[in-house]
Design a protein around this ligand. Structure first.
Ligand code: SAH
Length: 251
């Protein structure tokens, strides 16, 4: 394969999990970000923190493509569950992305990205299939190793892997009123976060395959802020580390 695989994390705890798997990473600072170049299971990789929000994520993706010539991007993070069966501790692997805060109406239909004639962008099918396989494998094994206190604290119960529409916007959705509105307006949405659809637009522009995986940290409701750092440390960063490792072990 030409070019490294990009491993992008939205939050520090997840990047730390990925860096922990790389034996030989070298730091390169570019565009105000630290890019970590090295290897993971024999794959040439670049790991980086995207930062939070669509602009930070789009800038990171562009730098990865322009500066490092990455041949695919794998993004991990957490998200708020929207669809009824998408619970804390589940994993969502995106098949499509939509910016829920994009609204240039009445000039363009609501959610349509001006100039593209579309409101959704697609994940790469083959990479996403691999991510689903890796996620299902990790969800079969990892939850049992988390410890009863963690399982109880977050009400984890037989975590599942979902595939479908992921929403992104520059808002942390943390009221029941807002998540109810999102569910009503976009009934197919599985979960909401703040970066995926921006990276998907950049990947569409450059023709770079993208796979995005999100661990559900909250239900995007009035309780969405509860124990976020604890969840990141104890659950989400372990999931993303293990899933990235399982993904890169596949070939
Ligand atoms: N408390 C965190 C900030 C998290 S911001 C900190 O101290 O750094 C939210 C991050 O989690 C973003 O990367 C976003 O993509 C994701 N996320 C998780 N739940 C979300 C929700 N309910 N709404 C929007 N983004 C969410």
């Amino acid at each position: 394969m030409a070019g490294p695989t990009a491993l992008v994390s939205a939050l520090h705890e997840e990047l730390a999990a990925v860096l922990g798997l790389m034996p030989d990473e070298q730091q390169q600072v570019f565009g105000g970000r630290s890019f970590w170049r090295g290897h993971l299971h024999g794959h040439d990789v670049v790991a980086v923190l995207s930062g939070i929000g669509k602009v930070a994520a789009a800038t990171t993706a562009t730098a990865l493509i322009e500066r490092f010539g990455v041949q695919r991007i794998v993004f991990t993070g957490v998200a708020g569950g929207l669809a009824p069966g998408v619970r804390v501790g589940d994993v969502v692997v995106a098949r499509q992305f939509l910016q829920h805060d994009m609204d240039a109406s009445p000039i363009f239909p609501r959610h349509e990205v001006p100039g593209y004639g579309r409101s959704t962008f697609d994940a790469d099918t083959a990479l996403t299939d691999e991510l689903v396989r890796a996620s299902e494998q990790v969800l079969r094994e990892l939850p049992a190793t988390l410890g009863l206190d963690v399982t109880k604290a977050f009400g984890l119960d037989a975590p599942r892997c979902h595939q479908g529409l992921l929403l992104s916007g520059d808002r942390f959705v943390s009221t029941t009123a807002e998540s109810t509105t999102l569910r009503t307006v976009l009934p197919d949405a599985l979960a909401v976060e703040m970066e995926g659809a921006a990276v998907a637009q950049v990947c569409h522009d450059y023709g770079v395959p993208l796979g995005v995986l999100r661990t559900i940290s909250d239900r995007a409701d009035d309780a969405a802020h509860v124990d976020f750092p604890h969840f990141l440390r104890e659950v989400a960063s372990r999931y993303s580390g293990a899933i990235v490792e399982a993904l890169l072990r596949q070939k």
